[in-house]
Structure formats: C-alpha cells, structure tokens
Design a binder for this molecule. Sequence first.
Ligand SMILES: Cc1cc2nc3c(=O)[nH]c(=O)nc-3n(C[C@H](O)[C@H](O)[C@H](O)COP(=O)(O)OP(=O)(O)OC[C@H]3O[C@@H](n4cnc5c(N)ncnc54)[C@H](O)[C@@H]3O)c2cc1C
Length: 541
Amino acid sequence: MAPHLVQPGWRFWRQAACTLGASVQHRTWAGASRIPRLGSPWGATATSPRVYRSGFSTAPRAPEVMLTRERYPVRRLPFSVVSGEDLAAFERIVPGRVITDPEVLEASNVDWLRTVRGSSVLLLRPRTTEEVSHILRHCHERNLAVNPQGGNTGMVGGSVPVFDEVILSTALMNQVISFHDMSGTLVCQAGCVLEDLSRHVEERGFVMPLDLGAKGSCHIGGNVATNAGGLRFLRYGSLHGTVLGLEAVLADGTVLNCLSTLRKDNTGYDLKQLFIGSEGTLGVITAVSILCPPKPRAVSVAFLGCPGFSEVLQTFSTCKGLLGEILSAYEFMDAECMWLVTRHLRLTSPVQESPFYVLIETSGSRAGHDAEKLNDFLEQVLSSGLVTDGTVATDHMKVKALWALRERISEALSRDGYVYKYDLSLPTERLYDLVTDLRARLGPRAKHVVGYGHLGDGNLHLNVTSEAFSPSVLGALEPYVYEWTAEQQGSVSAEHGLGFKKRGVLGYSKPPEALHLMQQLKALLDPKGILNPYKTLPAQA
Ligand SMILES: Cc1cc2nc3c(=O)[nH]c(=O)nc-3n(C[C@H](O)[C@H](O)[C@H](O)COP(=O)(O)OP(=O)(O)OC[C@H]3O[C@@H](n4cnc5c(N)ncnc54)[C@H](O)[C@@H]3O)c2cc1C
C-alpha cells in the first residue's frame, strides 16, 4: 500500500468517500459562511449606505484612509464645483434623495478595501432611468463630474470619487422588472443586489450565471460595468455572453435602450458590449437583461489538499477528464491563504495542513451519477498522490462553509494590513511562479505574499500585505509584476477592471492602436469627460 494511504488524511478521506455529504461533520466548523451583506473588512462603514454594516467584535479599529489626491500624483481636471443652485436642481429631480450628510458620504467616499478616498460632498440616489437621465443632463450642462456607484465592492478604486465628483448611487434602483420562466431571462434594474437576484431566480428553478464573494453587496449593474468574472465563470462563461441586453444613460442624458431579451440579434453593431466592462466611463447602466441557466439539482464540493503546485495542475487535468460536463468550479489557494482565514476569521480547515488546497464544485442533474463520477475522480487523485487529504460536502450549509474558506480570503487579507492586489491572467503552468518569485524579491518587507484564484480560468489573485502602505514595497512590485505578466502574454486585469489604481498599466495588455481607439470612443460618448474621470483609461498628456 502506498505510504500516503496510512496518513490521517487518507482515513479522513475514506470516511468522506463512504458517507458523501456527511464527511464535514468529522471536523469542527467555525459556522461562518457567506457574509449576508458585506461590511468593510474592518467592520467599518466603507460600503454604500444601503448595505448592512456588520460589526466584527475582534476587528481592530479601522485606520484612517488617506485622501487619494494626497497619496497619488493626480490633478483635478477643470470641472465645476457643486453649487447651491445645483443642489436645488437635484432636489427637484430626486426629492429627498440628495444626500450631503458627511457621515453618509464618508461611506461612499471610501472603497471596500479602504485604500482610496475621495472628497465628494454630494450623493444622489435616483430610483428610475428618467431620474438618472435628468441628473446626467444637468451635470453635462454644468460640467459636473459624476462617479457611478453600485455596491462599492470594486477592487481597483473605480467605485469612489478621486476628488469631488458627484456620486450617483444605484442603490434604490432595485426592482426586478420581469422573469421569463421558460427561457430563464431576467430583466431588472441595475441596483439589484446579486444575492437578492440569486434568491429570486432560485425560487423559480434557475441560478444567476455569476457568483462572487461580494454577492451580498454588489449590484448587477456594477457586475456588468466591471464585467465581473467570479466563481461560475468556468461553467457559464463571461457576461459578454450571458447579458442579452442593457439600458444605459449616456453622459448627456440620452437614454440608450438596448434592453433586448433575444438570444440572437445580428442587427448592426452590438452596442451593449461596449458598456460591459466600461467601469462607468461610457454611461450609467440602468437596467440589465440576463440569461439564467437552470438550477442544478445536485451540487457537491470537494476540498482537497495537494502537496505542490504541479499536483494542483495535474489534479485539474484529471478532473476535467473525469468530471467533464459536471465540473462547475476549480479554485485554488496556497497554505498562506489558509493561515490567513484561520487566523483572522477563525475559520477551520477541514483537511490536514497542505502546501496547496483546491476546491472543486460539481453541478449536475442526477446526484447518484455525479457522486459516482466524483468518487472515481477522488480515488484516482488520491491513489496517484496528487491529493493527500480531502473532504466532500453535498449538504447546502456544508457546501457554503467550504466555499467560505475560498471566498473570504479577500476579507482575511484586508485584516492583515495594507494589501497590494493583483488580478492576473497567466498561462496556468506559470501561474504560481510569480508568487514564488515575489517572495524571494520582497523578503521580510512583505508580511505575506499569497496566491489563490480561479485556476480553471487561468486567473491568479496575487496579494501582498505589509503593515502599512509602503512606497518601497510598491516600488518592488511595480512595474515588475506587470512586466512579468506582459512577458507571458498575460493580462494585467483578469476580472477586476482597471478603475483608478490600474489605469496606467493598460498598455501592458493592449497595443497603442487599441488604446487610441478606446480614447476616441470615450470622446465620442462622453465629450466633456464627466463620467468617472481619472478611471480606466490612462491620463492623457
Ligand atoms: C469579497 C469580495 C470578493 C470579490 N470577488 C470577485 C470575483 O470573484 N470576481 C470579480 O470579478 N470581482 C470580485 N470582486 C470585486 C467586485 O465585487 C466586483 O467588481 C463587482 O462586480 C463590483 O460591483 P459593485 O456593484 O460593487 O460595483 P462598484 O464597486 O460600486 O463599482 C465598480 C465599478 O463599476 C462602476 N459602476 C457601478 N455601477 C455602475 C452602473 N450602474 N453603471 C455604470 N457603471 C457602474 C463604478 O463606477 C466602478 O467603476 C470581489 C469583491 C469583494 C469585496
């Protein structure tokens, strides 16, 4: 018998294999899973005011966030400043929803990561497309800059103002317009919270085609504006495929109604694609039509320990071959990630300590058939030594608890200190080399250098923490990380977008001709540049 078979992990695995769905009972669980409404990682108020602010009793006091204009070399463009007449005009457009209270504004001025901070004095909360149109028409005439904001969970500083841009929140645009239960087409306003939509369609036998750790707070409009990837990308693909139509309001207030529900429509240019991933720089998305797949009848999650990254990759190949169409997610995290979630969030690892962990989800229509396939796969990876320990869950709550280990890494990192975040697309076989390289390069200057992510999509989340923001750590990371990525023909932003923090690095992943065309499109749709200035596109000389 191979040596690993006598390890405790094997015994644990054997129990799991025999009692699929019950195995997680063998370990102590922290019980925490998805955050119903995301608070900031510090339990402070760095989310939009609509969201529930959870308090973490163990969290230290949130450090003050430096103003973006002080931390970064950025100059305010010559936009107008909000006047008393502007406030009166907005009060006529959205009566009672013109917010100037500094305490409420503080939450909308600071991003979820607490790394950037604007100084807006005005937050507007429209309910309808017409109201958004009137607001933008006024801002356009008055040359007032506007920052569209959804759930404020963005990772790249795109969701909050850089200076005093007017914050236009979609929080009250939260109505489902229709759901077609034959086709699974959902039409809704942009401010619907992803988790609420999930619940809505699940009650009708469908699922949202995307899922992410921020689901309790992020809005569908924000998801579309960032072209969010997330945990179901491997199965259902990009929003460029699942979004059937959208409605957007242009900078001058024009309403562009492309809210089609058709699967096929080849009439002219597909304009909706321009807005997917445009991060609020081309228009404000006010409604979305999205195709929801049928809800899988059987979902299982396996959480496995691997002895090395090469085994993580081989396990992925094996799993694609043996699980085939039922494979719906393949995520990985390294040992430092596990340390962070157990240390900062008090979650418990369900498997013995390993250098790497993978989370595999299967979703299918027949539990027996899926379990058989999963068991075959698990037997194979275990007997070949690719996996040293593992557990499997089918019960909904246990599935959620396993997912929490992966989904809450971001939150754990934010409690560790200042976080330098990189979201890269790389060839899978080189994906972890960058993490190893950086550990050597940064040495003791970094508290942690961790790698995790959507391995099935070739997407690495590389995160580095230090006690506080340090220009020297940043200097060691950039442009090194971007050059490394460009050498591999990778992307410097796989799914988070560019926002404010990454706008200067677009050139590492796109040729000058593409950049030029993007600038021209921006000028065409927003000639005064009032929509999310300082975001996505590099500053022009
Ligand atoms: C714990 C956690 C896990 C995450 N996991 C993932 C993940 O797996 N995959 C992933 O891709 N992202 C992930 N994210 C990042 C983030 O949740 C996504 O980018 C999300 O799509 C942002 O949605 P939001 O409503 O919060 O948008 P915001 O953060 O409010 O805004 C993001 C950008 O979109 C613009 N915008 C927002 N709404 C509109 C609108 N209606 N019209 C035009 N522009 C708009 C904003 O101006 C900004 O530029 C995660 C974040 C957290 C905190």
